[in-house]
Write a protein that binds this ligand. Structure first.
Ligand SMILES: [Zn+2]
Length: 432
């Protein structure tokens, strides 16, 4: 840390502006930004960063994004959809920094199960609840709070050229960040403001989505003897996915936190249209976590092999093999070394703010950090607030952790500006 900066003044500014950051988070949560519906929340973000004096640019996402390396398969057409990047000029001779967040949230399909409506931000006992409050609109609040405090208390010390990106489609393809990075929205290093419980999140597994369709033979339910029920015929596919998961976890990976390194999740099942009709089609959507060194094609081949085995043992599926389509994620794993200077600088900022060493973790999930590391050779890591039940009912963020995270981020922003690490310092070396 540069001791000539009065960090207690920065911390006081963080306390002063915390309530405004929470209110910004509430506005973000109140703008539901599920896939295809991102505009309202993007404009809340644009207003906030405009208010901090950043220049705002809306970057369209082209349909051809899916042709870029590591892009996911399209979910929803891109016409009219965009990312927002906010920029602040700094000293062009100093190393630049990009803060990245994703504006999209996963659906909240069963709102009746929530304690309060998912898109109505609600505070209880020091937490703020709502879909996206945790993953990851709280990260934007933390980023805004740190920037506002530094611009308030030590504006002339923020000399690094800065960008803040709000990207779409982190939750299904990664194509928002992939498009922005390909359009030149990069920097010498990237901090992703994902919820990490104030740990350093340095890596994640590969993720592949597949959609499996099983055909039946339709009929009225009273003549079901001649029919084949597609929903029931699809059940062996679920068993095959369980077998794939067992096989993958047999390979293990000691770096990955949690009890199961590679989760194969049957995330959605659709089929049938009427209680008295035998369904003719069942569709199963699966998310497959796979080892870091693999390509998506290797993972898909393993999944196809497990499903293919069914056609040898199941008489109906043998004659009517399931159709397998790749949809959404085809993401490779990624990993930044804990000894990389970027990780060391964020750890030092955390230590200075909180007096303890942050944990360094690798998770059985993915983030947009992989695009910077794998495709562009730019160091990137995730650091953000403490959350609970992300992607689930009653998702929330601990408000105090937004303040705590901002204290780290403010120190890091100042340290980055002061030291301006060189390209040689930041090179990834033997990164994948
Ligand atoms: Zn996220």
């Amino acid at each position: 840390m540069d001791q000539s900066i009065d960090l207690s003044a920065v911390d006081r500014a963080i306390e002063r502006h915390a309530e405004a950051a929470f209110a910004f988070l509430e506005r973000l949560v109140a703008a539901p930004s599920t896939i295809g519906q991102e505009q309202g929340a993007l404009e809340v973000f644009a207003d906030e960063l405009d208010g901090l004096g950043f220049a705002i640019e809306r970057l369209p996402v082209s349909e051809s994004v899916t042709d870029l390396p590591d892009a996911g398969t399209r979910q929803v057409p891109y016409a009219g959809r965009y990312n927002v990047v906010a920029r602040r000029d700094g000293d062009p001779d100093r190393s630049s920094l990009l803060l990245n967040g994703h504006i999209d949230v996963v659906p909240a399909a069963s709102p009746q199960l929530w304690t309060s409506p998912p898109f109505q931000p609600t505070r209880r006992d020091g937490w703020l609840y709502g879909r996206g409050a945790g993953d990851m609109k709280c990260g934007f609040a933390m980023g805004s709070l740190a920037l506002r405090a530094v611009l308030d208390a030590a504006p002339d010390r923020l000399t690094a050229p800065l960008g803040v990106l709000a990207a779409i489609e982190e939750e299904c393809t990664g194509n928002g960040t992939i498009a922005a990075a390909a359009a030149g929205v990069t920097a010498d290093a990237v901090i992703l403001l994902e919820p990490t419980n104030l740990d350093l999140l340095l890596g994640g597994v590969g993720i592949l989505w597949l959609q499996v369709e099983v055909l039946g033979r339709a009929a009225h339910a009273e003549s079901a003897g001649r029919a084949v029920n597609a929903i029931e015929a699809s059940l062996p596919v679920i068993a095959a996915m369980r077998a794939l998961e067992v096989e993958l976890n047999g390979m293990g990976d000691a770096r990955i936190a949690g009890e199961r390194a590679f989760s194969v999740n049957v995330g959605r099942i659709e089929g049938g249209d009427w209680p008295s009709s035998v369904p003719s089609l069942a569709r199963i959507d699966v998310r497959i976590g796979y080892p870091m060194g693999w390509t998506p094609a290797q993972a898909e081949a393993r999944a196809r092999a497990h499903i293919g085995r069914l056609t040898a043992t199941d008489p109906w599926l043998a004659r009517h093999p399931p159709t397998i389509r790749q949809v959404g994620f085809r993401a490779r794993g990624y990993d930044l070394s804990a000894s990389h200077p970027l990780a060391r600088m964020v750890a030092a900022a955390h230590r200075d703010a909180h007096g303890s060493e942050p944990a360094a973790v690798v998770l059985s999930s993915t983030t947009d950090a992989r695009t910077y590391l794998n495709t562009h050779g730019i160091p990137a890591l995730c650091y953000g607030p403490r959350t609970d039940r992300i992607h689930a009912v009653d998702e929330g963020v601990e408000l105090a952790s937004i303040v705590d995270g901002a204290r780290t981020l403010a120190r890091f922003l100042l340290d980055w500006s002061a030291t301006s690490p060189s390209a040689a310092d930041l090179a990834l070396g033997t990164q994948p």
